[in-house]
Design a protein around this ligand. Structure first.
Ligand SMILES: [Cu+2]
Length: 144
């Protein structure tokens, strides 16, 4: 019986550390983005790069609350898909993507939720993906 318990806890411990490692593992895919990130943030509006702007409301941005994302494309070009990918820089937090819907030409809307990071870090990243290509990375702080 004791041996069984020891084995059980050993396996549980291994699973737990695997989970923690996964959260802390470096994330490579968005570090090799060709476009420079832009960040300054005013009243929920993120400075657009040459191609795309993003707005997040309500402000301040909170975890575990529905967030309204709006993406504005300067040069619409009728993309097949516009996605906002939510992640943390250098940390894998699971796939969290918001599929955006076009509400007016060049303007896309969607609702997403940012989870609470177990490390307590608050910097998040929203990458706008247009037709499977990253068009812009934006950074924002989340309140837990
Ligand atoms: Cu995290």
């Amino acid at each position: 019986m004791l041996r069984f318990l020891l084995i059980f806890f050993a396996i549980a411990g291994m699973l737990l550390s695997a989970l923690v490692l996964q959260c802390e593992r470096k994330k490579g895919s968005f570090n090799t983005v060709p476009r420079p990130a832009s960040s300054p943030q005013q009243n929920g509006v993120f400075t657009p790069n040459e191609r795309v702007g993003i707005t997040v409301t309500p402000q301040p941005i909170r975890a575990m609350k529905p967030l309204h994302f709006q993406v504005d494309l300067q040069d619409d070009g009728e993309p097949e898909s516009v996605i906002v990918d939510l992640s943390m820089p250098d940390m894998y937090m699971g796939l969290n993507q918001v599929t955006m819907k076009e509400i007016r030409p060049g303007v896309y809307e969607g609702v997403g939720i940012v989870p609470i990071c177990p490390t307590g870090l608050t910097l998040w990243q929203a990458s706008v993906i247009i037709d499977n290509q990253v068009a812009g990375d934006f950074f924002f702080d989340v309140q837990y």
